[in-house]
Every structure is written in structure tokens, then in C-alpha cells.
Design a protein around this ligand. Structure first.
Ligand code: GTP
Ligand code: MG
Length: 438
């Protein structure tokens, strides 16, 4: 049974039970233990995780609008998410990336996936064929780079350090912003591999380094991450073949347990079968609870409500709260009428005519921002950043500029409202959906 099926089956015991008592919780915990151990998660870690779940399930208070069963699903979700760590947020900026790992772990495939990923984010990308030992490797990378439409550099069988230097110069001439080096695999982590890796690292001077491991090695992934990071710094681990292995749980948790960061996961052979690791998204899929989305949505709304009220009260907006605001406005319909009802007549028309299309573009632009940009709206004023965001979102730079103008307006509007406390209260606590028919 794979991790998802096991966790789902364990949870179904709770969600199907007529009463959720200590017995039901013990049953859930036992089944979770079985399924985590069978996906090769370290036994000690399994007991730590399930003990926490048990404690929280028995002790934690719940929000009145959440049922006991929902609470338990949420606790299991939270605990598994926290075991796997934060989401990896790739920095969308020019950089050099070195990729390494043992034989057949999926390095070359992952490089083409990375190239597609950064190209989609609006950065011009090129790859260097650094696996000079296996003749077919160069051809494999050439074909993949054609498929994902990125630049490609090779120079046959010269030393990898020379290749790193010459490749960087050549690809920079082509105006490539992201340069990725494919290194040769070895069947074992031996002295030869260490030496070559160190030399490439010193010559190439990468900004990011990814170790590639295949999910089917389970817990061994953690050991490999540890070994490699003693030779060169490892900024993230790419776990491939998550689609075909029952040991993915072990590969992910052991990587985390040894201090590694999971950067991407590979979920198939095609260039798009790849995602920046997001433990929340991943665990949602594993849990697959039919109403999980609704439940998380409910919890999220409670949190968003809080964030929004906070932004309104402090007048401190960022692009995350701004998008929450725009989305909630979309839900409520004729905003202008409501605003007028509240005595606000001077709302700019562009702000009001948020057609579906524009909202989608704004949303795409916000998604293409880095976390820092979302939190520091001033950064989005910078022209180069606007251009990059636009490329990544597939919108025009003018549209990103328009977004910043709207952002400023909303911020200004709420700063104005802040002076008028009564009005702010009305807006904050207003269930505008009830006014939809105005
Ligand atoms: N199902 C699946 N297959 C994958 C994934 N990633 C890579 N593969 C397959 O794994 C095999 C090895 O991939 P490569 O990218 O050639 O591995 P490598 O690490 O570059 O191999 P060497 O250069 O020989 O060391 C290929 O058949 C890939 O198609 C994945 O996420 N899912
Ligand atoms: Mg390869």
C-alpha cells in the first residue's frame, strides 16, 4: 500500500466512526504507524509523529465551527506537513545551478525539468553537458534541451572544470540567465566522485546546488544527503520518481531529518512532471480526504479574515492581503454600489471594473512574485522586477504596473478609512455577500 492509500485508510476509520473516543484515536495512530513504516519512514520518527498526533487529538481545543472529526484530520495534516518542512520557494533571478547525484538517480531528466521551470518563470536558461564520461549522456541532454527549448553547451570530453568555465562564458554570451551544469553520476559515493565534484564546484561557483535522489532508495536518501553535503554544500534535494515508488515517504522524511531541504519532486518522465516542493500541497494529496479542501478552505478563511482585518486596521498591506481583498471583492458583486452606500463616491473606475480576466492576470503576476516582493510591495515598483514578473506570469509589463497602481490605491483608501474608525468597522465586519442583490 502506498503512503497515500495507507493514510487515507487510517483516516477513514475516524471519519467513518460514529464516536471519536480514545479507542478510535489509538486505532488511527496504529494504522498510521504501520503505513509510515511501510513507506520506509524511520521508526523513531514514526513514533514521534504519531505520539504528537495522539496528544493533540486528545488535548487540543477546537474552534466551535470545526467538528471533532475535522479536527483530527487537520491535526494529522498539520503534523505531516510540519515533518516535511516548509515549502521551497525558488528564487526567480539569474543564477548558476550545479546538479549531482549517483547513477541513474534522474539528474539529466531533472535538469531539463529545471530548465522548463525557469523558462516558464521568464528567465532565459541554458544547460552545460558536464557528464563527459558516458558518451550518450551529451546526446541525451541535447535532445532534452531541444524539447524544453533551452540553450545547450557541450565540448565533448574535456575536463569538467574547463567545461564549467567555458560553458558559463558561452551561455552568458547567449544572454542566458539561469545556467545549469549536468554532472556525471557514479555507482557509489567514492573518492573519484568527491574529487570531481569539488573541482567542478570550485570552477563553476554555483549559486545553488541540487543533489538528486530517487524516491525508491527510501531512507538511504537522508544518508546520501549527509554524505554529499560533507563534500560540497547542498542547497536542496530533488527527489525523483515519486510517481513510481512506495518509499517516497522515507526518502522525503529522511532528507528532512538529516537537515536537508527538499527542493523539487519529480513525478514522472515528462518535463512538466516536476514541482517545487510544497509540503502542504503534497500532504493534501496524500490525505486525499474528500472534504479536506473545504476544511482547509474553512480554516484558511478564518485565518484570511484575521489577516484582512489586521491589514485594514493597521493600514499595512502586502500583495498577499491585497489578493485576498480582491478575491473577496469578486465574490460580493457590485462593490461600487456598496461603497457608495457607505458614502464613498470617489473610487476609481479601473479599481472597480475588475473583470475576471484582469483578476486572473493580477493573480498570475502575484504568483510570479517572490515572497520578498509580496511582503515588500516597494520592490515591485522596480522596473526590472516588473519585467521579470510579467514574463513569468505571461502578462504585459504595463499590467504589472497597473497592479502596483491598484495596490497603492487600495492601501491609500484604507489608510483614509483608518481615520474614520466607524466606517472601517462597518467594512471589516460586513458580510457583503448579503448585499449582493443591491
Ligand atoms: N517515472 C519517473 N521516471 C523518472 C523520473 N526522473 C527520471 N526518471 C527516469 O529515470 C531514468 C534515469 O534518468 P536520468 O535523468 O538519465 O538519470 P541520471 O541521474 O542523469 O543518470 P546518469 O547520468 O546515467 O547517472 C530515465 O529513464 C528517466 O526517464 C521521475 O520523476 N519519474
Ligand atoms: Mg545523466
Amino acid at each position: 500500500m502506498d503512503l497515500g492509500a495507507g493514510v487515507r485508510s487510517a483516516l477513514s476509520k475516524i471519519t467513518g466512526a460514529s464516536v471519536v473516543d480514545e479507542n478510535a484515536i489509538s486505532e488511527l495512530v496504529k494504522e498510521l504507524q504501520r503505513t509510515l513504516i511501510s513507506s520506509d519512514v524511520n521508526v523513531r520518527l514514526v513514533f514521534e509523529i504519531t505520539e504528537k498526533i495522539k496528544q493533540k487529538a486528545l488535548q487540543e481545543k477546537i474552534h466551535p465551527s470545526i467538528t471533532l472529526k475535522e479536527k483530527i484530520v487537520k491535526i494529522v495534516y498539520d503534523e505531516l506537513v510540519s515533518t516535511l518542512g516548509d515549502r521551497y520557494e525558488p528564487e526567480i533571478k539569474p543564477k548558476k545551478i550545479l546538479v549531482f547525484g549517483l547513477n541513474a538517480s534522474g539528474k539529466t531528466t531533472s535538469i531539463s525539468k529545471l530548465a522548463r521551470f525557469y523558462t516558464k518563470k521568464g528567465l532565459k536558461t541554458g544547460v552545460i553537458a558536464g557528464d563527459v564520461h558516458r558518451p550518450a549522456a551529451i546526446e541525451q541532454l541535447r535532445q532534452l534541451s531541444e524539447e524544453v527549448k533551452c540553450d545547450f553547451f557541450e565540448k565533448g570530453k574535456i575536463s569538467p572544470e574547463k567545461l564549467a568555465l567555458e560553458g558559463t562564458v558561452a551561455l552568458k554570451e547567449l544572454k542566458d540567465e539561469v545556467i545549469i551544469f549536468d554532472s556525471a553520476g557514479r555507482s557509489a559515493f567514492d573518492e573519484e566522485l568527491k574529487k570531481e565534484l569539488k573541482e567542478i564546484y570550485a570552477a563553476f561557483k554555483p549559486d545553488e546546488t541540487f543533489l538528486v535522489v530517487s524516491a525508491d532508495i527510501g531512507q538511504v536518501a537522508g544518508k546520501q544527503a549527509e554524505e554529499f553535503s560533507r563534500t560540497v554544500p547542498v542547497s536542496g534535494v530533488i527527489v525523483t520518481k515519486m510517481d513510481g515508488s512506495g518509499k517516497g515517504g522515507g526518502a522525503l522524511t529522511s532528507t528532512r531529518a538529516t537537515g536537508g531541504k527538499i527542493a523539487f519532486i519529480g513525478t514522472g518522465e515528462k518535463p512538466d512532471d516536476f514541482e517545487a516542493f510544497d509540503s502542504k500541497k503534497f500532504i493534501s494529496r496524500v490525505i486525499g480526504y474528500p472534504d479536506l479542501e473545504t476544511l482547509l478552505e474553512k480554516v484558511k478563511e478564518l485565518t484570511e479574515e484575521k489577516e484582512l482585518t489586521q491589514a485594514m486596521e493597521t493600514g499595512e498591506w502586502n500583495y498577499t492581503t491585497f489578493m485576498i481583498q480582491l478575491r473577496s471583492m469578486k465574490k460580493i458583486g457590485p462593490v461600487k454600489k456598496i461603497m457608495q452606500l457607505l458614502g464613498m463616491y470617489d473610487i476609481p473606475d479601473e479599481f472597480m471594473t475588475k473583470s475576471e480576466d484582469k483578476l486572473k492576470k493580477f493573480e498570475a503576476a502575484v504568483n510570479s512574485m517572490t515572497v520578498e516582493e509580496r511582503n515588500k510591495p516597494a520592490l515591485v515598483k522596480i522596473k526590472a522586477r516588473q519585467e521579470r514578473i510579467a514574463r513569468g506570469a505571461g502578462v504585459k509589463p504595463e499590467e504589472v504596473r497597473e497592479l502596483t497602481v491598484n495596490f497603492d490605491r487600495v492601501e491609500k483608501m484604507y489608510k483614509g478609512l483608518k481615520k474614520n474608525k466607524g466606517m472601517l468597522k462597518k467594512l471589516g465586519g460586513l458580510d457583503l455577500s448579503k448585499l449582493g442583490g443591491l
